[in-house]
Design a protein around this ligand. Structure first.
Ligand SMILES: N[C@@H](CCC(=O)N[C@@H](CS)C(=O)NCC(=O)O)C(=O)O
Length: 244
């Protein structure tokens, strides 16, 4: 049967989408998670922005259980279970949530939306560069990784507009992608000054605005920072040895 699109007055006072864009009640949502996974954070931020209740189910990625492998074809977090149906890949999860539940975070215009998707990809490449950085086996590799990160940040600085968010005053999916990127540096900046930030005022303002957003703050547990420090310590990398 054809479903009618809902109107804005069908969204609750709290802004929570009690129904999806097609008027169906919100499904039961389970976010299959890992406490440190930045891709999981993207999905958690999206769920919070849409005020959707969800359950989090943590998985040990060092010892993946059978139930997890049965819902995660690539053996990775996040997976979003939607009334038991498994959706995997964080970018896909973000797009699904955006297409199904208000408020829309992606731009309405096709070219602008494509540009945002490009920067979502860029965000993933920054996450890969961060992983290379904290795994760097020696000082030379660490400095090379730091230079890659710095060049990525310069590139973002050149694309940012007036802020406070990526696309101006409205929070968007690119913001949900970069908030977990910046969160790493709350820990890394305490280890040493790697020269990431000088001369990048827009980037720093963006980082601050994202850290203050309630959906971003609530995407990780209170012990996130100590877990991340332990994770970096366990890398056996040159950065591990710099942790005090
Ligand atoms: N492209 C994936 C990347 C997800 C990913 O790399 N997740 C990591 C944790 S942060 C993972 O599950 N790693 C386990 C593994 O690769 O075995 C996405 O965007 O969802």
């Amino acid at each position: 049967m054809k479903q009618a699109l809902i109107t804005i007055d069908q969204i609750s006072d709290t802004g929570a989408a009690t129904v999806d864009f097609f008027g169906r009640p919100a499904p039961r949502l389970t976010l299959v998670s890992h406490a440190l996974c930045p891709y999981v954070q993207r999905a958690a931020i999206m769920l919070a922005e849409k005020a959707l209740p969800f359950e989090r189910r943590e998985v040990d990625l060092a010892n993946k259980p059978g139930w997890f492998m049965s819902v995660s074809p690539l053996g990775k977090t996040p997976v979003l279970l939607v009334d038991g149906e498994a959706i995997f890949e964080s970018a896909v999860i973000c797009e699904y949530l955006d297409e199904a539940f208000a408020p829309r975070l992606h731009p309405a215009e096709a070219l602008e939306r494509a540009r945002h998707r490009s920067w979502v990809e860029f965000g993933s490449s920054v996450l890969n560069a961060i992983a290379a950085f904290y795994n760097a086996p020696d000082e030379q590799a660490l400095q090379a990784c730091a230079a890659v990160l710095r060049s990525r940040f310069e590139r973002i600085e050149a694309t940012l507009a007036e802020g406070p968010y990526f696309a101006g005053s409205r929070f968007c999916i690119v913001d949900a992608v970069f908030a977990p990127v910046f969160r790493y540096f709350d820990c890394i900046d305490r280890i040493d000054d790697f020269g990431f930030w000088p001369g990048l005022p827009k980037l720093l303002a963006w980082r601050t605005a994202l850290a203050e957003r309630p959906s971003v703050a609530s995407a990780v547990a209170p012990d996130y920072r100590s877990l991340l420090e332990r994770f970096i310590w366990e890398r056996g990398s040159v950065l591990s040895r710099r942790l005090r």
